[in-house]
Design a protein around this ligand. Structure first.
Ligand SMILES: Cc1ncc(COP(=O)(O)O)c(C=O)c1O
Length: 324
């Protein structure tokens, strides 16, 4: 396990560079300093890109890196890409190969974050300028950087954002579209300005959707509940992992709408996301959640999650893609 600074828990310095000096860009591996896009890039102008955030973890038994649920992340990337008529040019297996090769070439052997980005690049000859999805070339870049756990394991404080999560009739919120993250950024900015760590966003009907870059779970009178995809949220891969780990422990998850006051009355609330992992929420909008400490179920799932991502749970070995 490493800290955000990349140190391991024993305080040892990171073994590898902060960012891979190599990137996958325009169909090949190039030095990171050469991986540029022109200012005319359509995705820069209109937010027409799709992306993923994937983690690779040092395995406890071998000390080597494995990418966690790479296949599911790339399946989602390709689904997001279809939304924008983006041709990523590689299938899931090829994207997994690019990732492991990038980590190898980048010499990254500490906990790492991988960021694939597929985007609309340039107008094809004959395409008039304007905001459109057809007649524009597609591109793919992948970078990787060292990233330890950064979620506050002692619990965070969340605001209920005044920014609503857009409905899927407004934006394809189930896809990770770069432009859509303006909504998330505004919610985080507002939460930080009010002294909170993160924001929970409601939908237009006032139901809980998700936090800025993670999904929400609540323990309500012994039941584990998370909002359904129809509430208008990104179907998180960590959300799915937690559902599976809770099932392993004999606890089914209910997919049910949560109102703001369900969160206020919950015994435990936690967030899940690839970057954040599992983060307890101990305060929401100025109210303590449960006993304002990390709850027993949250703590158990946090432990199970670390065991899983670090290769100590043989039931889920197929979620790990080794970097050989
Ligand atoms: C808006 C949003 N919701 C939820 C998540 C959690 O998804 P995952 O667990 O797949 O990382 C993320 C992060 O990718 C996100 O950006």
């Amino acid at each position: 396990m490493t800290t955000a600074a990349g140190e391991d828990l024993a305080g040892r310095a990171p073994r590898t560079p902060a960012i891979a000096a190599v990137a996958y860009h325009d169909g090949g591996f190039v030095p990171l300093r050469d991986a540029h896009v022109p200012v005319s890039t359509q995705a820069l102008q209109y937010g027409t890109g799709v992306f993923e955030g994937i983690r690779a973890y040092v395995q406890r038994s071998t000390g080597t890196l494995s990418v966690f649920r790479a296949r599911e992340h790339f399946e989602r990337l390709l689904r997001s890409a279809r939304m924008l008529r983006l041709d990523v040019g590689l299938d899931v297996r090829q994207l997994c190969d690019v990732t492991t090769e990038l980590l190898r070439r980048g010499g990254l052997t500490d906990d790492t974050y991988v960021r694939p980005l597929a985007y609309k690049r340039a107008l094809m000859p004959g395409t008039p300028p304007g905001v459109q999805l057809r007649g524009v070339t597609d591109a793919l870049s992948v970078i990787a950087f060292r990233m330890g756990s950064y979620g506050n394991r002692g619990g965070i404080r969340c605001a209920i954002s005044s920014w609503r999560r857009p409905a899927s009739s407004v934006l394809p919120v189930r896809a990770k579209v770069t432009g859509g993250y303006v909504n998330n950024a505004l919610a985080v900015d507002e939460a930080h300005a009010a002294g909170y760590d993160d924001a929970i966003l409601l939908n237009d009907a006032g139901r809980v959707t998700e936090a800025s870059t993670s999904n929400v779970f609540a323990v309500v009178r012994g039941r584990l509940v998370t909002p359904p995809v129809a509430a208008g949220l990104l179907e998180g891969i960590t959300r799915d992992t937690v559902v599976r780990l809770a099932a392993d422990a004999g606890l089914p998850t209910e997919f049910a709408d949560l109102e703001r006051d369900d969160l206020f009355a919950a015994d435990e609330v936690f967030l899940t996301g690839t970057g954040a992992e599992i983060v307890p929420v101990t305060e929401i909008a100025g109210r303590a959640v449960g006993a304002a400490t990390v709850g027993p179920l949250t703590s158990r799932l946090m432990e199970a999650y670390q065991d899983t991502v670090r290769g100590d749970d043989p039931r889920h070995a197929d979620w790990l893609l080794p970097v050989r």
